[in-house]
Write a protein that binds this ligand. Structure first.
Ligand SMILES: O=C(O)CCC(=O)C(=O)O
Ligand SMILES: [Fe+2]
Length: 291
């Protein structure tokens, strides 16, 4: 099979065809080891990740039948590779990555003194958090979100400007793609039920947002304190739960590999069981916009 489909300079194959799955199964039965199989697949133009997945399936059984779905589109995550991300004025460590939806847990995003200053700043303008009414696009107070929030214009204070710039560097988009930072405080029992951060494309209320800056593409939730109990950020469809830790951040995106909005990005804030929870959130849009 060494002459199959390896066109120099073209994109690597990310879809392993049924005949290659059969070839892998036979090679495993004949006693070939994983490193040799990987070499052969790479020589034949297969992407490293797709090859490793297919070899694991041949060795240990496939968790799902090989799919006939089309090859992933050219969609690429904005999140950079590597264990350390350049956030402009500091380096941020990646603690955890999840492939689908794209999630990263980041350490060292904010200093304790910055968290304290941001909480103090937000306290001066806390109001009951709103969610966007799907019919009108106007913010309304609703029970799915029982936190209190404070919005900041881009660059509103020197501290806010510094965090705007840091968030944009982490999220790998210009600051002009960013909505103003939003601080939120959850008291005991407060929660944010599971939701999507993107604007539902078919809701009439989304249209004004979509015209101004386009769809949201990514979220950076920065944690301004440790929570005594509860208050995890949860992704129920992938059984993922993040425990708030002061100075850390949770980054995620809402595009599936085929470029569609990813239903697996459903997430929420679990009820605070004890103490308070403070977060600061940055949302990024597809296009630059006035803010
Ligand atoms: O409170 C959390 O952990 C989640 C917040 C959130 O999902 C949001 O603000 O959009
Ligand atoms: Fe959210």
């Amino acid at each position: 099979m060494n002459d199959r489909g390896h066109a120099m300079g073209s994109r690597l194959h990310t879809k392993v065809t049924p005949d290659w799955h059969r070839w892998l199964a036979e090679a495993v039965a004949a006693g070939y080891a994983a490193p040799d199989l990987l070499t052969t697949m790479k020589e034949n133009g297969f992407d490293e990740r797709a090859s490793r997945d297919a070899i694991a399936d041949a060795l240990f059984g496939s968790p799902a039948p090989p799919s006939n779905a089309p090859e992933p589109s050219t969609f690429r995550s904005h999140l950079r590779a590597g264990h350390v991300l350049d956030a402009g004025d500091r380096q941020v460590r990646v603690l955890v990555r999840v492939a689908r939806p794209t999630i990263a847990v980041l350490d060292g995003v904010l200093d304790p003194s910055e968290c304290e200053a941001l909480r103090a700043l937000a306290t001066t303008r806390l109001a009951r958090s709103q969610v966007v009414n799907p019919g009108t696009g106007v913010g309304v107070v609703q029970d799915i979100r029982t936190s209190e929030g404070a919005n900041f214009g881009r660059g509103e204070t020197p501290l806010i400007a510094r965090i705007d710039a840091r968030a944009a560097a982490i999220m790998n988009l210009d600051q002009e793609h960013g909505e103003g930072l939003q601080a939120m405080r959850y008291g005991p029992a407060a929660e944010y039920l599971p939701h999507f951060d993107y604007f539902p494309p078919d809701d009439p209320g989304s249209q004004a947002h979509l015209r101004n800056g386009g769809q949201r593409v990514s979220t950076l939730i920065m944690y301004l304190n440790d929570v005594e109990a509860g208050g995890e950020t949860i992704f129920p469809r992938i059984d993922f739960s993040y425990v708030p830790r002061q100075g850390q951040a949770l980054y995620f995106e809402y595009n599936a590999p085929d470029g569609s909005l990813d239903l697996l990005s459903l997430h929420g804030g679990a009820p605070v069981l004890s103490g308070e929870k403070w977060i600061l959130t940055k949302w990024m849009r597809e296009r630059p916009f006035p803010g």
